[in-house]
Ligand binder design. Structure first.
Ligand code: GCU
Length: 457
């Protein structure tokens, strides 16, 4: 019998042993659930691998940041640049030929309590080029200039209120924009494929009304400016071709690959701000930027780039928004890049299996709001968005506020459900799932009331 001739049972045993060793070894090298492409997300706190966050208040050159001046001149620009270069891409400025036209006016909207307008923002000369329509509500009969909430909507201005006079955008026929593969453990809406076809004959007026409590805002003296995000750029991997990135390359001096669609939508929020600055009824120093989910990520990025927004609010923004991506719980960098490759620049994909290499982190995105107030809203059932990770971002952003003598969250532990906390950084985790509800808005209004010196009656 030759030396290496083993009985087949023994051979099989060795093979198993080898395979076992290999698996164990790859497990050791690859302990983190985020490393492998996987559709089953981690929802187990005990399985979160240890992670380290980059220092918020130490500059790349090793300088400890101790003053607002050092934050503003050294560290803040460094952090902004890292997000730009590694995650979202650049956000260009305002196009030279931007101009506005009120295309609808009703001074007796909501039973006379509000003025409702539609303002078309044209990004180039004339009226044929790319544009967006802002649906604007301002309260009637108030003293002084009005603070305004600004945010993009998901399904068209006509979906914000059930009002037959609201113009239906030509781009409203969003057909299954989120071409997500079917993924386990994600939001039910995504599991079944996004609202299949909105391409039938009748637009659903008021479809998103529960997300936009216009009457409540007006009663509290606030205005609202919203626009349909896909008017700016369709939410698909090739949406850039017919959107702002494809059409305004020359005007904005930027190539499509230099920014992702979150940057494009954030850019459009700044264009709404440009308009609001020209509107005498509006207090442009009291404008709040907000958004839900991918539009919450957008609101945070808009607030980071454009310091004219006085308060920044993220609602259920999750991965790529308020949540800490290095904390492997819920959605991961790999998954978000796979499902929505167009949201971020290509560079972000290099961190798919190496979140620890990302030189910047999402508590820093929150800190880019400092010293302005920032509010993070989570929902307890919105597990893919990692409510605790969203809370921790707010907590770890606090040192930036301390530099200004301000208290950030002021609490160390995530509060119980429906218990808002915080000072200059606000936070709540509401009962229920991924959405924005009247409860969320009520907290945002209270937060804005606390930080704005506004008395409207
Ligand atoms: C997707 C995505 C999330 C995002 C959400 C939304 O499910 O994976 O990151 O927040 O859509 O925008 O509703």
């Amino acid at each position: 019998m030759k030396k290496n001739r083993l009985p087949s049972a023994l051979k099989a045993g060795r093979l198993f042993l080898k395979l076992g060793l290999l698996t164990a070894l790859s497990g050791l090298l690859n302990p983190c659930p985020a490393r492998a492409q996987s559709d089953s997300l981690n929802y187990d706190e005990s399985r979160i691998p240890p992670y380290q966050l980059p220092e918020l208040l130490v500059s790349d050159g090793g300088k400890v940041i101790r003053t607002p001046a050092a934050w503003e001149s050294i560290r803040r620009p460094e952090i902004l640049r890292k997000f730009t270069e590694n995650v979202y891409g650049r956000v260009p400025g305002k196009p030279a030929d931007i101009h506005y036209k009120t295309t609808f006016l009703d001074q007796h909207a909501l039973g006379g309590k509000a003025t409702r307008e539609e303002v078309t923002i044209y990004f180039t000369k004339g009226e044929q080029g790319p544009s967006m329509v802002v649906l604007l509500y301002l309260p009637n009969g108030v003293k002084g200039k009005v603070p305004v909430f600004v945010g993009l909507n998901f399904t068209g201005n006509h979906a914000v209120q059930d009002d037959s006079t609201i113009t239906v955008t030509e781009n409203w026929k969003r057909i299954n924009t989120n071409n997500a593969p079917t993924l386990k453990n994600l939001w039910p809406a995504q599991r079944s494929g996004w609202a299949p076809a909105r391409n039938n004959k009748t637009p659903h007026r008021g479809e998103e009304e529960h997300r936009w409590p216009v009457a409540t805002l007006i009663e509290n003296g606030y205005g609202l400016a919203t626009a349909y995000y896909e008017d700016v750029e369709a939410d698909t991997p090739d949406g850039w071709k017919n959107g702002v990135r494809g059409k305004l390359q020359k005007e904005l001096k930027i190539k499509p690959a230099e920014w992702g669609s979150i940057s494009v939508w954030a850019w459009s929020l700044s264009r709404i701000m440009d308009y609001l600055e020209t509107d005498e009824r509006v207090n442009a120093r009291e404008v709040v930027v907000t958004g839900l989910s991918r539009l919450g990520k957008t609101a945070l990025w808009a607030g980071a780039n454009d310091q004219r927004f006085a308060i920044v609010i993220s609602n259920d923004s999750g991965e790529g928004g308020a949540a800490l991506s290095k904390r492997i719980y819920g959605e991961t960098i790999e998954l978000i890049n796979r499902v929505n490759p167009h949201w971020f620049i290509e560079k972000y994909k290099t961190f798919n299996f190496a979140p620890e290499k990302l030189p910047v982190h999402h508590h820093m995105l929150i800190a880019l709001a400092a010293p302005r107030p920032v509010y993070i809203a989570s929902a307890i059932e919105d597990k893919p968005a990692d409510p605790k990770g969203e809370f921790l971002s707010g907590k770890f952003a606090a040192p930036a506020y301390t530099l200004y003598g301000k208290t950030g969250l002021g609490v160390a532990e995530q509060p119980p459900v429906d218990t808002p906390v915080g000072e200059t950084v606000g936070y709540h985790v509401r009962r229920g799932g991924h959405d924005i509800t009247l409860y969320d808005w009520q907290q945002f209004i209270k937060f804005a009331n606390r930080h704005f010196s506004y008395s409207f009656r």
